[in-house]
Design a protein around this ligand. Structure first.
Ligand SMILES: Nc1ncnc2c1ncn2[C@@H]1O[C@H](COP(=O)(O)OP(=O)(O)OP(=O)(O)O)[C@@H](O)[C@H]1O
Ligand SMILES: CC(C)(CO)[C@@H](O)C(=O)[O-]
Ligand code: BAL
Length: 290
């Protein structure tokens, strides 16, 4: 089927875009190693660009995947209205010197419909995001496994903005004996603190202002970290409670691998909240105690 998309003149302005497995396999065979893959759902922004830039610095060849994976969306979620901006995405891929873009359709990824065999995320996939989005990590890890299999990278890059997802992908690669390095990339923020996210496009100006409560709560938590876990949670929840339009799903403190928080030492503070119809997540590292 199709190899590259676009008219010949446009091809010069975009990296090669492949849309099916055969075209991907042929293009992948020609890429010099080591190969890096950056997986995305498109609507690319500076957070994605940071992943692509790190990939560019680390590998001889960079593949970006763009696929809004239906398997990780609950029926009540935003699959249909998720932003799809392929043309602008390809411009970012050119700027970040991506060598190959894999942008499959759902029929290419799931030719027989939703797959019967799926990755079981295990207990760490049932807390936090998994508790509020049942089936989410099963859908994510299934598509991540397929995309790793299809692109055969040496290294892959995931953002810390989706911190639990990064942990789950590390677990996937370890537990399923995949010889692939997983690199975590720090969160890219707007100057006022808002973590970049494709879903920020849904926010009205007023909702965007309310959404700043998440990063403000994280900063309050970090400021209180010397006083220990109780003070951190009290400080963060007070900031969130002051913003009445923010509907908190969770504000939780864990250890860096999402286990129970220590009394002292490295920890992670994670928040998810709805602002209007838009669900935002954010998190930060901190060090508890003195
Ligand atoms: N602000 C950010 N900083 C660092 N990495 C990011 C940021 N936003 C997204 N990423 C990473 O980019 C990769 C692809 O994410 P995705 O395409 O879902 O974008 P997103 O902005 O997280 O979208 P959404 O709004 O759906 O959460 C993931 O590894 C994600 O963690
Ligand atoms: C990893 C991913 C591309 C799988 O669909 C998605 O969950 C995302 O964009 O973070
Ligand atoms: N950003 C992770 C993918 C999702 O929220 O569906």
């Amino acid at each position: 089927m199709t190899g590259q998309i676009g008219a010949p003149a446009e091809r010069l302005l975009t990296p090669p875009v492949v849309r099916d497995r055969d075209a991907l396999a042929a293009a992948r065979d020609r890429l010099p190693g080591p190969v890096a893959v950056v997986m995305t759902m498109g609507a690319l922004h500076a957070g994605h660009a940071a992943l692509l830039r790190q990939a560019r610095a680390r590998a001889a060849s960079v593949i970006a995947t763009i696929f809004v994976n239906p398997l990780q969306f609950a029926p009540t979620e935003d699959l249909d209205r998720y932003p799809r901006t392929l043309k602008a995405d390809l411009e970012i891929c050119v700027r970040e010197q991506v060598d190959l873009v894999f942008a499959p359709t759902a029929a290419v990824m799931y030719p027989a419909g939703p797959p019967q065999v799926r990755v079981q995320p295990g207990p760490r996939g049932e807390i936090l995001e998994g508790a509020f989005r049942p089936g989410f990590f099963g859908g994510v890890l299934t598509v991540v496994s397929k995309l790793l299999h299809l692109t055969a990278p040496d290294v892959t890059f995931f953002g810390e903005k989706d911190y639990q997802q990064l942990m789950m992908v590390r677990q996937l690669v370890t537990d399923l004996s995949m010889d692939i390095e997983v690199v975590g990339v720090p969160i890219v923020r707007e100057p006022d603190g808002l973590a970049l996210s494709s879903r920020n496009a849904y926010l009205s100006p007023r909702e965007r202002r309310s959404g700043l409560a998440l990063s403000a709560a994280l900063r309050a938590g970090v400021a209180a970290s010397g006083q220990g876990p109780v003070a951190v949670l009290a400080a963060a929840t007070a900031v969130l409670a002051a913003e009445s339009t923010v509907d908190v799903d969770y504000c939780e403190l864990t250890d860096p691998s999402l286990g129970p928080p220590p009394a002292k030492g490295p920890a992670r503070l994670l928040i998810a909240a709805k602002v209007g119809a838009t669900r935002l997540i954010d998190n930060t590292a901190l060090k508890l105690g003195r």
